[in-house]
Ligand binder design. Structure first.
Ligand code: AMP
Ligand code: MG
Length: 399
């Protein structure tokens, strides 16, 4: 049996980088960026006015001038006007380029108009350069704004757009085949007999793959028939980047998956991990070096193994440079006697100091997936310890 961190390392060792491609930027939300992005121009690209008001020369204000003659009005997106003489001002709008000759903006809230003149309140406080966001003060042209390996979320999307490129290099979504096996499994919408169950693992796996990896998923549900299992694995393996199997990896008479994989010349990297739930997990690589994950069929085990191993492996293959690990504190003592890593589903909250708290949600065996509703994920409680006191800090994995 393999321990959890060894299993993780063995999987990552086998993962090959998925190809990247050029995508229109609206297609890469949630993808991994696969190139560095540099600033096309200074940020901001010009001295940007940040309030509606008037633009003046600060020396005028310093000399006590409170009445300014309006020589023009300038909105955003137009060539800048200029102040030439003393006591002149330009009515100016947020987003406009600072007019030539002006160096200070007084907001409209401090102003009153009198014909072609603007009067500034006596009580107004004016500092030189106020309400101007200076050119290049955020970043200068050519500086690196984003790096390869970053996840593209809303702020990154804004930065991509600002860099002026209509398209960008990003990871291709992984193509994943999900194969669930079991004579008892019946899909939604089909008639069900008392001794059968609904196939739910494949749906949970698909949900997670879409949520975390924007994967392109093919889902099939097979009977426990070794010939069909082997043939289907082969077909779907050839058309996808990876295959995830659910069920049929234990020691029972109908657990045909490991043998089918062996017959297909897949190499077993490990079978069984020192963990609960999910002990029977199988991992290997095909002759083409594609990773294959055999997840135990018990629904809590399936989701735990998927979240703990498969999703991080796929993110790694997409080029994601993992940044931080999340930790949370247990809200109550947990006793766990077995010499195994324990994955415990949790509900999250926080205390009055903002510390993240994990309230354990024990399940009735690893078949009890309905108890996972409204949990955010699970914590990893390491081997070699049988008591985890209240307040113990543990690593969190989100579904
Ligand atoms: P197995 O790993 O094939 O021995 O299955 C272990 C348990 O998980 C059995 O009770 C199965 O009925 C259940 N199971 C297997 N596959 C699924 C599935 N796709 N959806 C829900 N339960 C499943
Ligand atoms: Mg089975």
């Amino acid at each position: 049996m393999t321990d959890v961190s060894r299993a993780e390392a063995l999987i990552l060792e086998q993962m090959q980088m998925l190809p990247s491609a050029q995508f229109p930027i609206n297609k890469v939300i949630g993808s991994v960026l696969r190139e560095d992005v540099l600033a096309e121009r200074d940020h901001p690209p010009f001295d940007r006015v940040t309030m509606d008001g008037i633009a003046i020369k600060y020396v005028d204000w310093e000399q006590g001038l409170r009445c300014y003659r309006v020589v023009g009005s300038q909105g955003a997106g137009v060539r800048p006007l200029s102040i030439i003489k003393d006591a002149e001002c330009i009515k100016i709008m947020t987003g406009a380029m600072l007019p030539d000759g002006a160096d200070t903006v007084i907001p409209v809230e401090r102003l009153t108009s009198d014909k072609n003149n603007i009067l500034v309140e006596d009580t107004a406080k004016v500092l030189k350069g106020q309400y101007i966001h200076p050119s290049g003060s955020d970043r200068i042209a050519g500086s690196q704004l984003l790096s390869s390996g970053q996840l593209i979320g809303p702020p990154e999307m804004a930065i991509l757009a600002s860099s002026g490129s209509a398209s960008v290099q990003a990871s291709t979504p992984p193509r994943v085949a999900i194969i669930s096996t079991g004579d008892e499994l019946i899909d939604v919408g089909e008639e069900i007999l008392p001794y059968q169950i609904r196939s739910s693992n494949d749906r949970a796996i698909e949900a997670s793959l879409i949520r975390h990896c924007q994967a392109t998923v093919t889902r099939v549900c097979l009977k426990d028939d070794p010939t069909i299992i082997q043939k289907t694995i082969k077909e779907l393996h050839d058309k996808n980047d990876t295959v995830i199997l659910s069920g049929g990896v234990s020691m029972g008479d109908y657990d045909f998956v490991p043998q089918a994989l062996k017959n297909l010349s897949a190499k077993t990297i490990f079978h069984r991990i020192e963990q609960k739930p999910g002990r029977p997990m199988w991992f290997g690589v095909s002759e083409d070096r594609k990773p294959i994950f055999g997840l135990p069929g018990n629904p809590v085990s399936t989701l735990v193994c998927l979240t703990r191993y498969v999703i991080p492996a796929l993110k790694h293959a997409m080029g994601l440079k993992i940044t931080s690990q999340e930790t949370v504190r247990l809200t109550k003592e947990i006793l766990f006697k077995a010499d195994l890593t324990y994955f415990l589903p949790v509900e999250l909250s926080s205390d009055e100091n903002g510390v993240a708290l994990a309230k354990p949600r024990t399940t009735n065996t690893s078949g009890d997936f309905v108890s996972l509703a409204n949990t955010e994920g699970f914590v990893e409680l390491p081997r070699g310890q049988d008591r985890f006191s209240e307040g113990t800090s543990a690593r969190l994995f989100r579904w």
